[in-house]
Design a protein around this ligand. Structure first.
Ligand code: PEP
Ligand code: MG
Length: 575
């Protein structure tokens, strides 16, 4: 057995399966050779890939509209000329014939040799031709590698390896029952990681060379609890991990069998345990794990893996299904939070923004593009006639954003009334507190909202100035940094003062290390990925809120001197 790569584990599960490369970035090839008897076929494969690349480019050229600037067609003509040039294809053919090199490896080596020549050229125009070379070579390599590149339907029960994955990819992986995945980049608080945790897909992110050191088809074991991927496992190791998978499954089943009791602390305080969901399919897991409602429904996933936004009817059908699935328990529908690492369709990055997390995201996008927002609001209101619904606005920064959004919601109510369509006129409208400015304005927000929910994933990101998707700064991601604690405390206090409920739906709420601290701060509503509910429920029954409140109160009065780690240890010992 060898540790093939290590990174940051996402979730606690184990995946056993074969490696399957999902190639998204620049094409990179490992050295490989073919048998002497296969050399002529390999040359034919190479020549056929060059011909296909030329046909693809011809096709692109024919679709260029007539009024497009001439440079665009010239650009494609340059690539077509390169494809016909013997200087590009002659040498790889020689290498295949003389050394038995695979077509991909011969082409890559030739590309590298040409790149070295380009790099020595002083003339900047000629040096730019290097990009053309890369485009052309990558196109041929893409065609050559296509037979090894797995598309989603080939990923079933496999361990996917990729440079990076988008939240839209993870939804497809759930659909195709992927065993697990490892990525070179990405942090544990990215939406890719949150989705994986929530959908129960074991994963390792930020594993650096994962997509390069492992071979396609190689048998692997991925352990999300330790963040490692193992290769060359013998029978005993495989049996050990298979037993762990079985033990995890039977522990969950046993906890579920105990039945779902209200979460009451040792000293009799009732705590609301709610679920975060991304897809309608999550409702079942939320319910069997004892959720007393949905504290966060991330509706932006409805916009992914499709060409156009969903219609009002599509929104309505899904919301109604969630409400009916929750059988009378409250459902908090967050209006779309697209932007940053969650792009609609299959896009991977925001078109122009250099700092998409600080850009046109969530409520900002909705207020700027009401035609995107309005159908969703109407659908939520219509669904509110079918169950206890709450609307939640993401990423608020200013009081006027609440006022504008509420105006739009009231307008939609008037239109529904005019159309004779039922809705809940008392529907609570709440907001997420995810930006430090919002936390510091919580008292003003609390007078305009019916409830607030702490989105600590973003609150930590924005308070500590660390990109939650960047594994390079993951070591700075600290939910108990005194500055973060001060903001959380302030929001809970603002809610108590205004007599409105405050919940927390960031990942911190479902992390057992922080539950005693949050209870001691006065938090009474916790919303988390469904898989965390059973453990947090168990933990809460053993805690004494009175005793925690005293310790936390003392610490919050001395924030300048406290060591958060010692505080967590002290709280852990306090029961
Ligand atoms: C958060 O920011 O804590 C949150 C729950 O929202 P999301 O993770 O979807 O940004
Ligand atoms: Mg957020």
């Amino acid at each position: 057995m060898t540790i093939a790569c290590a990174g940051i584990g996402v979730g606690t599960g184990v995946a056993i399966g074969n490696a399957c490369m999902l190639n998204r970035g620049p094409v990179c090839v490992a050295p490989s050779w073919v048998a002497a008897t296969a050399i002529e076929t390999e040359i034919e494969r190479f020549e056929s890939a060059v011909r296909t690349a030329a046909l693809q480019l011809q096709g692109v050229r024919e679709q260029i509209p007539p009024d497009t600037p001439a440079e665009i067609s010239e650009f494609i003509d340059t690539h077509l000329l390169m494809l016909q040039d013997k200087a590009l294809s002659g040498r790889p053919i020689q290498m295949i014939r003389a050394e038995g090199t695979s077509a991909e490896w011969a082409l890559q080596q030739h590309r590298d040799a040409l790149v070295r020549i380009f790099e020595d050229i002083e003339d900047s125009y000629l040096r730019m031709r290097r990009d053309d070379l890369d485009h052309v070579v990558n196109r041929i390599l893409g065609i050559l590698l296509e037979q090894h590149q797995s598309q989603f339907e080939e990923l079933r029960h496999q361990i996917v390896l990729a440079e990076d994955l988008t939240p839209a990819d993870i939804i497809m992986m759930k659909k195709y029952d992927v065993a697990g995945f490892a990525t070179d980049y990405g942090g544990p608080m990215s939406h890719t990681a949150i989705l994986a945790r929530s959908l129960g897909i074991p994963a390792v992110v930020g594993a650096r060379a994962a997509s390069r050191c492992l071979q396609h088809g190689e048998p692997l074991v991925l352990d999300a609890s330790t963040g490692i991927v193992l290769a060359d496992c013998d029978e005993d190791v495989l049996a050990h991990f298979a037993a762990r998978q079985a033990a995890d499954a039977s522990r969950t089943a046993a906890l579920r069998r105990r039945g779902v009791q209200p979460a009451i602390t040792k000293d009799g305080e009732l705590i609301q345990l709610l679920a975060n969901i991304e897809l309608v399919e999550d409702v079942e897991t939320a319910r069997v794990n004892g959720a007393q409602g949905i504290g966060l429904y991330r509706t932006e996933f409805l916009y992914m893996n499709r060409d156009r936004p969903p219609s009002e009817e599509e929104h309505f059908d899904v919301y109604r299904a969630v409400l009916e699935g929750m059988q009378g328990q409250p459902v908090t529908i967050r209006t779309l939070d697209l932007g940053a690492d969650k792009q609609p369709g299959t896009a991977t990055t925001s078109a122009a923004a250099c700092n998409p997390a600080l850009g046109l995201r969530a409520i900002r996008l909705c207020l700027k593009e009401p035609e995107l927002f309005y159908p969703q609001i109407r659908a939520i209101l219509r669904a509110s006639a079918f169950g206890r619904t709450r609307i939640m606005l993401p990423m608020l920064t200013n009081v006027w954003e609440i006022e504008q959004a509420v105006r739009l919601i009231r307008q939609a109510m008037q239109h529904l009334e005019a159309d004779g369509i039922a809705y809940d006129p008392q529907i609570p409208i709440g907001g997420m507190i995810e930006v430090p400015a919002a936390a510091l304005s919580a008292r003003a927000f609390a007078t305009r909202l019916d409830f607030m929910s702490l989105g600590t994933n973003d609150l930590v990101q924005y308070t500590l100035a660390i990109d939650r998707v960047d594994d390079e700064v993951n070591y700075l991601y600290d939910p108990v940094h005194p500055a973060v604690l001060r903001l959380i405390h302030e929001v809970i206090a603002a809610g108590i003062a205004a007599d409105i409920p405050v919940s927390m739906c960031g990942e911190m709420a479902g992390d057992g290390r922080f539950v005693p601290l949050l209870l001691g701060m006065g938090l009474r509503e916790f919303s988390m990925q469904p898989a965390a509910l059973l453990d947090v429920h168990q933990q809460i029954r053993k805690l004494d809120v009175n005793c925690l409140t005293e310790t936390v109160h003392r610490a919050m009065n001395n924030l300048e001197t406290i060591d958060p780690t010692s505080l967590l240890e002290e709280l852990d010992r306090a029961h």
